[in-house]
Ligand binder design. Structure first.
Ligand code: SER
Length: 317
C-alpha cells in the first residue's frame, strides 16, 4: 500500500499519472490542485482531492498529515515558453515550491519525485548522446529551475536522507491533457491538426531535433524510478531517459504515412525556436537503463499509430 500526494494533479502529467497510480496502488492517491484548476470527471470521482498550492507549505503539510502520505509527486511547474514570460513566478513555483515540498518530506519522512527535463541542459552540453553527467548551463528560466531543483533534491538526499529521485523528461506527447506553454508542444499539436484535417503551422524550424516520449512510457518511468532498489542507484536527481528524437520533417513524414494529404507549413516562433536550439538533440540514457532497468516501449511509429487512433475517436473523426 502507498499513500501518495500528487501536486499539480490536473496538469499535463498529473492528470494521467494520478489515474495510473490509483490503478496500481491500493492506498489513497490524493489529487492536489490549485484554485481554478480543480479536478473533474473520473479524476474527481475516483479518489480524494485537496487544494494544495505548492507555494503554500501549510497546505502541503496538511494533506500529508491527513492522508498519511509516504510519497509526493511534485508536478507543479510552468513550461519553458511561459516561464520565459513569467520568470519570477517560474522560480517561485519551481524552487520556493520545491523547498516547501522537501521540508515537509524531511519532517514527515516522504519520498519525493520532482521531474527534471531536457531543458536542464544548455547550448554548451554535447548535443548528440548528451551524457548523464555533463555541463548543465541552461539559458532559460525553466532550465535554471530544473538544474536548481536537481541540486536541491540531491542536497536533501545527502544532508537529510530524504528519498528524492527523478528523471529528465523529453517533450511528452499525449492525447489526454494538452501541455500548454512548452517548446515541445508542437509535437502534440501536429497530431490534432492532422486528425482534424487542418494545415499545421509549425512553430519549430525544420532540422531542429529534440527528444520526445509517449506519455505511457513517461508515466511508467515516473513510477519505476520510485520503485527502484535504492542500493542500485548511483544517481538520483535526475536520470536521462529517452525513447525517440525527431525534427518537424520526420514527424510530419510519419503522419503522412497514415494521412497522405496532411499538410504542414512553417511559422517559426522565435522564442520557442531559440529555446529548442539551446537544448540537446538526443540524450544518452545508459545510466537509467543500467541502474533501474529503464526501457521505452514506444517509438515514433507505434506512438503515431496510437495517437492518430485515440485522437480520431476523441474528436469523433
Ligand atoms: N516539454 C517541456 C517544454 O517544452 C520540456 O520539458 O517546456
Amino acid at each position: 500500500m502507498k499513500n501518495v500526494l500528487v501536486i499539480g494533479s490536473t496538469g499535463q502529467i498529473g492528470s494521467e499519472l494520478t489515474m495510473k497510480l490509483r490503478h496500481e496502488y491500493t492506498g489513497d492517491i490524493v489529487a492536489g490542485y490549485i484554485r481554478g484548476a480543480e479536478p473533474h470527471g473520473e479524476l474527481a470521482e475516483s479518489g480524494p482531492a485537496m487544494e494544495v498550492d505548492i507555494t503554500n507549505a501549510t497546505q502541503i503539510a496538511e494533506a500529508v498529515e491527513h492522508y498519511h502520505v509516504d510519497t509526493i509527486y511534485n508536478l507543479a511547474a510552468l513550461l519553458s515558453a511561459v516561464a520565459e514570460n513569467k520568470p519570477q513566478l517560474a522560480w517561485h513555483i519551481g524552487i520556493d515550491g520545491l523547498i516547501n515540498v522537501l521540508e515537509v518530506a524531511r519532517e514527515k519522512h516522504c519520498a519525493v519525485f520532482t521531474p527534471s527535463s531536457i531543458g536542464s541542459f544548455g547550448p554548451n552540453a554535447p548535443k548528440d548522446g548528451t551524457p548523464q553527467d555533463t555541463i548543465q548551463q541552461p539559458r532559460t528560466m525553466y532550465g535554471v529551475t530544473k538544474v536548481t531543483g536537481e541540486l536541491l533534491s540531491n542536497y536533501y538526499a545527502l544532508k537529510f536522507g530524504v528519498d528524492t529521485r527523478s528523471v529528465r523528461f523529453p517533450g511528452l506527447i499525449s492525447y489526454v491533457t494538452s501541455p500548454g506553454g512548452g517548446t515541445t508542444d508542437y509535437a502534440v499539436d501536429i497530431y490534432y491538426s492532422a486528425v482534424k484535417g487542418e494545415v499545421f503551422k509549425c512553430p519549430i524550424a525544420a532540422g531542429t531535433f529534440m527528444d520526445m516520449m509517449y506519455m505511457p512510457d513517461a508515466l511508467r518511468a515516473a513510477i519505476e524510478i520510485m520503485e527502484a532498489d535504492p542500493d542500485k542507484l548511483h544517481h538520483r536527481n535526475s536520470f536521462n531517459i529517452a525513447s525517440m528524437s525527431f525534427d518537424p520533417e520526420i514527424i510530419a513524414g510519419k503522419i503522412r504515412e497514415h494521412i497522405p494529404d496532411f499538410e504542414m507549413v512553417y511559422d517559426v516562433d522565435p522564442l520557442r525556436q531559440s529555446i529548442a536550439e539551446s537544448w540537446p538533440n538526443r540524450l544518452d540514457d545508459t545510466c537509467a537503463r543500467m541502474e533501474w532497468g529503464w526501457k521505452p516501449e514506444y517509438d515514433l511509429e507505434t506512438m503515431t499509430i496510437d495517437m492518430l487512433d485515440k485522437l480520431a475517436r476523441r474528436l469523433g473523426k
